[in-house]
Design a protein around this ligand. Structure first.
Ligand code: SF4
Ligand code: SF4
Length: 142
């Protein structure tokens, strides 16, 4: 069995279609959704673990791509460079999952990586560029 965590980005034209269900129905793959978010511009981001035979995995990824889904290996993560962070709070306004939030009464901005969907909206929103994308592998599917 082959298993990988993937980041799927759904354009707003297909975000409401039950595309992911086809992975089980047509490709005998097991999926476990770890995080799912609809972004402000209506695109969807989903982090899921996909398990099956290598061939079915490959065919399933091609199926997703044929439906306009951008598929990326989740071996990318968002980290905060705490030395750069000024607790300005700008990132909390764009984070759709609550991974970045203001802790009161200290008014410190806390980052809970477990809630992060790797949507990357915080990266350009952070004035000192404290939110960083760290690729753990260079394997991309799209
Ligand atoms: S990438 Fe940034 S904005 Fe997106 S969920 Fe993670 S912390 Fe929030
Ligand atoms: S926008 Fe950047 S500097 Fe401001 S709180 Fe968020 S991570 Fe820190």
């Amino acid at each position: 069995m082959y298993s990988k965590i993937l980041i799927l980005r759904f354009p707003k034209t297909v975000v409401r279609n039950p595309i992911v269900c086809g992975l089980t129905r047509d490709y005998d793959l097991i999926f476990n959704i770890l995080n799912a978010t609809v972004l402000p511009r209506k695109e969807g981001v989903m982090v899921l673990e996909l398990t099956g035979t290598r061939k079915n995995f490959r065919d399933g990824v091609n199926y997703l791509k044929s439906h306009g889904v951008h598929v990326q290996n989740a071996a990318r993560e968002i980290k905060r460079n705490n030395r750069k962070c000024t607790d300005c709070g700008a990132c909390t306004a764009v984070c759709p999952t609550g991974a970045l939030a203001v802790q009161r009464p200290e008014m410190k901005v806390v980052f809970d990586q477990k809630k992060c969907s790797v949507c990357e909206l915080c990266v350009p929103a952070c004035p000192p560029r404290a939110m960083e994308i760290r690729p753990m592998s260079q394997t991309f599917f799209a």
